[in-house]
Design a protein around this ligand. Structure first.
Ligand SMILES: Nc1ncnc2c1ncn2[C@@H]1O[C@H](COP(=O)(O)OP(=O)(O)OP(=O)(O)O)[C@@H](O)[C@H]1O
Length: 417
């Protein structure tokens, strides 16, 4: 384990700010535009980005390629000059366009690991890790350099390879060198830009756990960038989900996975049934292609509006057929296809000519063609705005209140990923 020496390191790195309740990093209204020579108009890489990271927290910027994650991280690091906004680090403004403040990258007391690791091939492991101390703004005595480099290498369990040249290391070892180099000057903030994406799947899984344990034990506040939702969920205290330069949702992994606030969030974080719906007069019942369904009332959509009901396949309950109890949102459907995946059984359930994706308990005895009951617990039927609502005709989904039932025509039930 990489973490055995962490307490020693933490004791050395501890400072008076450790009990400070304020966020360690505050990003306010951050914008970054790039000139686009082809079009003459600017590329909006990030637009009005706001978030905070509490001391010791692990926050992940998550989103698809091009959504602005790396640009945000580079603005925090001081490697990109934001177009406007403010960044505070440990109570100090490091960037403010209003106040004309830009603290250079090497004065920001942070460590950074890049996707490419960016370690020098002509240097030994020791020299790579020593680089920020030897070439930093403060002069560090050589005995101190040696002590701190070896301490950082012990943290990542590479002290025995200190004299090896970096091309003679495995991918995982190179990644650890980059991590040790980021930690060597005991930063308050660690920035990690897709540091695991060059590793094979198994090593990536191991490193996820080790990195999280290490930074947690060291008490280092961390901002991590990834496009991998599983990575984000397994490592983060908080996730900032981005799309097209904007924040779509912030929250714990549980909040974002279980309570997505948009089709994008539902879609990006995992599989969902996305069911076109028309809300009733108080927003608690939705008319859908599966019939009327009670939904989670905790939404901000107007009564009678069109929406999407989001329900995850694993949120759908397949009750014991022997039990007679009738729950709200009970539907009958025929199993069209069934895949036994070991941990779960994936079912495409045909209902009213539409398909509902269900993940069922693998111990249930189920087979294709069988008609089963499923329950969509109302609190798990989340209501989010339907970005395509204006594209559908009123006839596509019947409206509650006039007694119409949901039309089977046009109202496709979208199941994603
Ligand atoms: N130097 C640049 N000049 C012009 N446009 C840029 C520049 N750097 C980034 N962009 C644009 O800004 C947007 C955000 O890019 P960014 O690299 O931050 O995205 P990302 O979410 O980190 O993507 P990825 O996961 O692919 O690295 C993209 O549209 C990108 O093309």
């Amino acid at each position: 384990m990489m973490v055995d020496k962490a307490n020693l390191y933490k004791a050395t790195a501890r400072s008076s700010g450790d009990n400070d309740e304020r966020a360690l990093l505050v990003v306010r209204d951050l914008r970054k535009y790039f000139g686009d020579p082809d079009r003459g108009s600017p590329v909006i890489a990030i637009d009005s980005v706001n978030f905070e990271v509490k001391r010791g927290d692990f926050l992940t910027l998550l989103g698809p390629s091009g959504c602005g994650k790396s640009t945000t991280l580079q603005c925090i690091a001081g490697l990109q000059h934001p177009s406007s906004g403010q960044i505070d680090m440990d109570g100090e403004i490091v960037f403010s366009d209003q106040q004309g403040i830009t603290v250079p990258a090497n004065k920001r007391k942070l460590g950074m690991v890049f996707q490419s690791y960016a370690i020098w091939p002509h240097m030994t492991v020791f020299d790579n890790v020593a680089f920020p101390l030897v070439h930093g703004s403060a002069r560090v005595p050589s005995a101190e350099v040696k002590r701190r480099v070896m301490e950082a290498l012990e943290l990542v369990e590479l002290d025995h390879l200190a004299l090896r040249y970096s091309p003679h290391l495995s991918g995982g070892q190179q990644q650890r060198v980059a991590l040790a180099r980021a930690l060597v000057h005991q930063p308050k903030l660690l920035l990690l830009d897709e540091p695991l994406s060059n590793l094979d799947v198994q090593l990536r899984d191991t490193m996820r756990v080790e990195i999280r344990q290490l930074v947690k034990q060291l008490g280092i506040t961390t901002v991590f960038v990834t496009h991998d939702q599983a990575e984000a969920m397994s490592m983060s205290d908080e996730i900032v989900l981005m799309q097209s330069g904007r924040i779509m949702q912030k929250g714990t992994p549980r909040q974002i996975f279980l309570c997505p606030k948009s089709r994008f969030a539902a879609d990006f974080m995992g599989r969902s049934n996305l069911i076109p719906a028309a809300l009733n007069h108080d927003g608690t019942i939705a008319d859908t292609p599966f019939g009327q369904l009670r939904c989670n009332p905790d939404h901000k959509l107007a009564p009678n509006s069109r929406a999407l009901l989001v329900i995850r396949p694993q949120a759908i309950v397949v009750p014991d057929p022997e039990v007679d109890a009738v729950s709200p949102n009970t539907l009958l459907g025929e199993i069209r296809t069934l895949s036994f995946l070991g941990e779960t059984v994936e079912i495409d359930l045909g209902i009213n000519g539409h398909c509902l994706k269900v993940m069922a308990d693998p111990y249930l005895s189920l087979s294709a063609g069988q008609v089963i009951r499923v329950v969509l617990p109302p609190e798990r039927c989340l209501v989010v705005p339907d970005p395509d609502a204006s594209d559908r005709t009123q006839a596509a989904v019947g409206l509650i209140g006039n007694g119409a039932t949901a039309s089977r025509n046009g109202a496709a039930v979208r199941e994603t990923r």
